[in-house]
Design a protein around this ligand. Structure first.
Ligand code: HEC
Length: 109
C-alpha cells in the first residue's frame, strides 16, 4: 500500500514537472480563445473569422485570414484588440484570454 502511494507520487512528479517547465505549459490555448472569440468578436467578425458581406463593407472588416492581419505580430494584434482600431471599439480582453484569442485568430487562415 505504502509503495503504491510512493509510486503514484513518483509518477506524478515525473509526469508533472516536465510539463511545468516546458514552454507548452504557457502556450496559448486556441480552443479556449475560440470561446472568447465566439462570445465577444463573432458579432462583427463572423463565426469563423469571415465577416458578413454587409459588415465587411460597412465597417471595413477583413477576413481574419487576410495577410494584412496574419502578417502582424501577436503584440500588434493585441494592441488593435485592446485599444481598438478605426471602427473597431477597444475590447475588454486581457491576460490568458487575450493570448488565447490571438491563438484562435492564428487558426483562421
Ligand atoms: C463592433 C464590432 C467589432 C467587434 C465586437 C470586434 N471587432 Fe475586431 N475589428 C472590427 C473592425 C471594424 C475592424 C477593422 C479595423 C480596420 O482595419 O479599420 C476590426 C479589426 C480587427 C483585427 C485586425 C486588427 C489589425 O491590426 O489589423 C483584429 C485582430 C480584430 N479585429 C480582433 C477582434 C477580436 C479578438 C475581437 C473580440 C475580442 C474583436 N475584434 C471584436 C470590429 C469589431
Amino acid at each position: 500500500m505504502k509503495s503504491t502511494i510512493r509510486n503514484l507520487i513518483t509518477a506524478s512528479l515525473v509526469c508533472g514537472i516536465p510539463s511545468l517547465i516546458t514552454p507548452a505549459a504557457w502556450a496559448a490555448d486556441a480552443a479556449a480563445g475560440k470561446a472568447v472569440y465566439s462570445a465577444k468578436c463573432k458579432s462583427c467578425h463572423g463565426a469563423d473569422g469571415t465577416p458578413s458581406a454587409g459588415m465587411a463593407k460597412a465597417m471595413g472588416i477583413k477576413p481574419m485570414g487576410d495577410p494584412a492581419i496574419q502578417g502582424k505580430s501577436d503584440a500588434d494584434l493585441k494592441v488593435s484588440i485592446t485599444k481598438g482600431l478605426r471602427k473597431m471599439p477597444a475590447q475588454s480582453v486581457s491576460g490568458a484570454d487575450l493570448d488565447n484569442v490571438v491563438a484562435a485568430i492564428r487558426t483562421m487562415k
